[in-house]
Design a protein around this ligand. Structure first.
Ligand SMILES: *Cc1c(COP(=O)(O)O)cnc(C)c1O
Length: 360
């Protein structure tokens, strides 16, 4: 067996310990005589799995009792529609457009009402987070929407926008559980788990209870109402059962690692190794303004497309996978999620240093 250093933006690296444990339990989950993939989601064994997963997540994020945790499907992208369908009662919402995912969410919301872009960083290829301290947010907006960590461009909000009393909705797909958060500042925190938590197919929605009403936009399908899933504790229909089981294991791994405060320190340490090198390198440059750099996704370029391609190819041959930047921006991107060991980042920087010397 040989494992590579996987810098994929998503689906992405998972803790080896978790994968091994899942492999050990594959044929016979703890004496049940079957795999978690094969068991009824209504069984007692599975009930324990999903309840424990929720309890551990609540514990990790310190989620208050007036928030529900939902394990849903459809990916983060389905939330782009589900959010306005459930929340846009006055048919108006404010969007901060900081990248492709925020833009997609903003466009989708336009199907359901007036989605106002109150700020954008598209003028500089989304390389920064706009000043959100005093935005012109419509008085009657139902919510303010952000993408908190921009996976493709490598920016992250270091302070949340001043929503002027409006409900904050955040896509945290690529920074989920990377650091502590104050859940009470949000109405909804959601994310696809395939970036920093588990296998694709699960999206976690943490939603304040007062936002869960039966009063959704006309025509909202039963499956797209938060109330449907909240009332049934994520078991209205068959949930992505195996995926939730793996998420549960990752939650336990995070607790063992010391929780989100410890993860933040670890992530800062890892990111610093790479950013410090980018700042001193004569060949490689980071593409994001320093104040807004993500701890999770680190895009960089040489400024020469042919050299970028050579780097990606040689890195791959040396066991560093998925360093090619997103197709919309080019260059390189190293995603260094929770499960990427510090050693992986150190080795990458060593490799970059050698590449720089050989291509000076
Ligand atoms: C990957 C990603 C998405 C899209 O996720 P899907 O689960 O593929 O729909 C949305 N938002 C962010 C921030 C992402 O990183």
């Amino acid at each position: 067996m040989s494992r590579v250093y996987n810098f994929s933006a998503g689906p992405a690296v998972l803790p080896e310990e978790v994968l091994k444990e899942a492999a050990d339990e594959m044929l016979d989950y703890r004496g049940s005589g079957m795999s978690v993939m094969e068991m009824s989601h209504r069984s007692k064994v599975y009930d324990t799995i999903i309840k424990e997963a929720e309890a551990d997540l609540r514990d990790l994020m310190d989620i208050p009792d007036n928030y529900k945790v939902l394990f849903l499907q459809g990916g983060a992208s389905q939330q782009f529609a589900m959010i306005p369908m459930n929340l846009m009662k006055k048919k108006k919402a404010a969007y901060i457009v900081t990248g492709q995912w925020a833009k997609k969410a903003w466009k989708e919301a336009q199907i359901y009402g007036e989605a106002v872009a109150v700020a954008s960083s598209e003028d500089k290829t989304f390389s920064y987070i706009p000043d959100c301290s005093d935005l012109d947010i419509p008085e009657d907006a139902d919510y303010v929407y952000i993408c908190e960590n921009n996976t493709i461009y490598g920016t992250k909000y270091k302070t949340l926008p001043n929503t002027k009393g409006h409900t904050l909705v955040a896509d945290v797909s690529s920074c989920f559980l990377s650091e502590p958060v104050d859940v009470t500042k949000y109405g909804i925190i959601y994310g696809g788990v395939q970036k920093n938590i588990g296998p694709a197919g699960v999206v976690i929605v943490i939603i304040r209870e007062d936002l869960i009403t039966g009063d959704t936009l006309p025509g909202t399908p039963t499956m797209l109402k938060y109330k449907t899933h909240a009332d049934a504790q994520s078991l209205y229909n068959t949930p992505p059962a195996y995926g939730i089981y793996i998420c549960g294991k990752v939650f336990k791994w995070l607790k063992k690692m010391g929780g989100l405060k410890a993860m933040k320190e670890r992530n800062e340490e890892k990111a610093k190794i790479l950013y410090d090198f980018l700042d001193e390198s004569k060949l490689f440059k980071g593409t994001v303004v320093k104040e807004d750099r993500s701890l999770m996704n680190v895009p960089f370029v040489t400024g020469d497309d042919a050299l970028d391609a050579k780097f990606v190819a040689e890195a791959k041959a040396a066991g560093f996978e998925n360093l090619k930047g997103h197709r919309s921006v080019g260059g390189m991107r190293a995603s260094i999620y929770n499960a990427m060991p510090k050693e992986g980042v150190e080795k990458l920087v060593e490799f970059m240093r050698a590449f720089e010397q050989n291509n000076a």
